[in-house]
Design a protein around this ligand. Structure first.
Ligand SMILES: Nc1ncnc2c1ncn2[C@@H]1O[C@H](COP(=O)(O)OP(=O)(O)OP(=O)(O)O)[C@@H](O)[C@H]1O
Length: 586
């Protein structure tokens, strides 16, 4: 992969590196190159490179970029979210030493936690979108300034405890406690991971820094650090993400003496777009070396010009125009700053454009199942054994075998390739999607000599998987009916126009970005406005606009639709910052 001189300097830096640079400047590209270099330089057979980031989508982005650009033995890298890292490498192997966990526990996933929190919020008169903080800091404190939010959080913990469950936030805290209790954990991890690479570091929470720093600080052989991020894109501040300065990172990773780098070029967007979005961080005139340098593209803003009831039609028209002009479905992304309006927009777009494919996580049959073991098996069951997908499918098969052995303590004689053969050989007469998956899972269990009846944890995940998949399919308005063909289409490579939140598409890029819901209350979110000093909202707003606008390579369409009303019946107004931004829109 070609690297600029600045990128090469960072990638080849001896020692530790911290890179902050603007969107599209190639931070993830440099990080991927560094991971590949680190793997090549691993000294011992058992050493690995650790690559962590904040969201599953970002972690998958790193994995795919590595797969597309380098030939690397997958076992030499562990890439994933910090939550999954803590679960897999700290909680699972050491749970028996943890007083809150040693009597048994299981993980409550997003689906379950959301259900409990929503019910408690409703009981307390809070609205679904009122934020409840559930993240712990390294002192074990969960901060909620609102009294009712605090009560919800406490009752939520009681409910989880009564079910012998922990959520992801608790798993981080218990992992950190275990590391404090048993210093050998950090020693062991630093012996395995000779390199620690962190992407999107601005989204990292206090406890996550503490866990990574503990590995570094307690080690005899210091892992090298390669940390990349952009404080101006820190849109997870509401759930504790924080961007650290070089000095703060040096204080966290003791004696790390981190080298600082920045990249000045933008390889993604037209110069016009770079100039446009740079204003959201108070800087004008970023450099651009983008391939679209001479292409001015489009920047349009429909400020209160479209009624919310006609919004889907207006967006559908834009999409049709783009597709007629030669764009592919994968070139287009529709974004809103918050989840609230996305589901109904997706449904309307699907109805208006029945022949267009959409990649809309809100309507996915597997929404909220990221951490369910059976999701990985589904991916194998629902994808074809083609050459193009071979390396990805081998990775999934490895993940299945590792998960079975690390989490469920089932060791198997099978290699990943043999497991692939087993799953590829599965045949069924049924056309019903969930039935097909059930049969396939049972076939695999049989081949692996495993029995669901005797494995409570595996069975619980199995039941939960089907409960959620069925409810997702029932609630998603026919986007994915319960058929084998529809479920298979979900994992096809070209998945269509993305409809997601700005949090969901961080780090990604599209030729055309269509953003809607650019209204005060969504951007910034009410929780950053109500009972907050003005700068909190302004900060959140500029960062979100910065992230949204910088996803575009060539064309940016912005909508602040009229006609939306708050629960109190007041009209939603255009985002302050956008309203005040005087720009020569097309
Ligand atoms: N040296 C380079 N030569 C050609 N293309 C490059 C180069 N560096 C980066 N790119 C391309 O520019 C685009 C943006 O890169 P990348 O996603 O790594 O940026 P980023 O800094 O991580 O962005 P963000 O902050 O938005 O996540 C990608 O398509 C990438 O392949």
């Amino acid at each position: 992969m070609k690297l600029s001189i600045e990128q090469q300097a960072a990638v080849n830096c001896i020692g530790n590196a911290y890179i902050t640079a603007c969107p599209g400047s190639g931070k993830t590209r440099a990080l991927t190159a560094r991971i590949a270099k680190n793997v090549q330089e691993l000294k011992h057979r058992n050493n690995k490179v650790l690559a962590v980031t904040f969201t599953n989508r970002a972690a998958n982005e790193i994995k795919s970029r590595l797969e597309e650009n380098y030939t690397i033995e997958s076992g030499r890298i562990w890439a994933g979210t910090i939550h999954s890292f803590a679960l897999e490498w700290i909680i699972k192997p050491y749970a028996s030493y943890s007083p809150p966990l040693n009597a048994g526990y299981s993980i409550a996933d997003e689906f379950e936690t959301r259900k409990i929190l929503n019910k408690l919020k409703a009981d307390k008169g809070l609205r679904v979108f009122d934020e409840i903080n559930t993240t712990f800091n390294r002192q074990g404190v969960v901060e909620n300034s609102d009294r009712r939010a605090k009560e919800v959080e406490q009752e939520y913990r009681h409910i989880l405890k009564s079910r012998k469950k922990i959520d992801f936030d608790q798993s981080l805290y218990f992992a950190f406690q275990l590391m404090e209790l048993i210093p050998e954990i950090a020693h062991t991890l630093s012996n395995i991971f000779s390199n620690i690479c962190i992407d999107e570091v601005q989204d990292t929470q206090d406890l996550q820094y503490a866990i990574l720093a503990k590995i570094f600080n307690e080690s005899f052989h210091k892992p090298t650090l390669f940390i990349v991020g952009d404080g101006n894109q820190a849109i997870y501040g509401g759930i504790g993400g924080k961007s650290l300065s070089l000095a703060e990172l040096n204080a966290e990773f003791i004696g790390s003496n981190i080298n600082y780098f920045t990249f000045s070029d933008n390889y993604r967007s037209t110069q016009r777009l770079v100039d446009y979005f740079s204003v959201f961080r108070g800087v004008q005139g970023g450099l651009s070396k983008a391939e679209h340098k001479n292409n001015q593209g489009i920047i349009s803003f429909f400020n209160q010009a479209v009624d919310k009831d006609q919004l889907a039609e207006a967006i559908a028209e834009l999409i049709k125009g783009e597709l007629n002009n030669g764009s592919s479905e994968n070139d287009i992304c529709v974004i809103a700053p918050q989840w609230a309006p996305i589901r109904s927009m997706t449904k309307k777009l699907i109805a208006l454009l029945p022949n267009v494919r959409f990649d809309a996580p809100a309507l996915s049959p597997f929404h909220g199942q990221h951490d369910n073991f059976w999701l990985i098996v589904s991916k194998l069951a629902l994808t074809e054994p083609s050459g193009r997908l071979l390396s990805v499918r081998v990775r999934w098969a490895n993940e299945i075998l590792n998960h079975l052995s690390d989490v469920y303590h089932h060791t198997s004689e099978l290699t990943a390739k043999k497991l692939l053969k087993v799953i590829n050989s599965f045949q069924s007469e049924t056309r019903i999607g969930t039935e097909y998956l059930k049969e396939c899972f049972e076939f695999m269990l049989d081949e692996l000599d495993l029995d669901l009846v005797s494995d409570v944890a595996l069975k619980e995940q199995f039941d939960l998987f089907f409960e959620k998949a069925t409810s997702n399919i029932e609630n998603n308005n026919g986007q994915y009916e319960d058929s084998v063909v529809a479920l298979k289409s979900f994992f096809k490579e070209s998945t269509g126009i993305v409809v997601n939140s700005c949090h969901g598409v961080k780090g990604e890029e599209y030729k055309t970005v269509i953003a809607f819901g650019l209204l005060k209350g969504f951007i910034p979110h009410w929780s950053d406005i109500i009972n907050q000093p003005a700068y909190v909202g302004q900060n959140a707003e500029s960062k979100m606009l910065y992230v949204i606008a910088s996803r575009a390579k060539e064309k940016l369409y912005l909508f602040a639709e009229y006609g939306r009303r708050t629960q109190g019946g007041n009209p939603y107004e255009t985002s302050n910052l956008l309203n005040a931004y005087s720009y020569q829109y097309d």
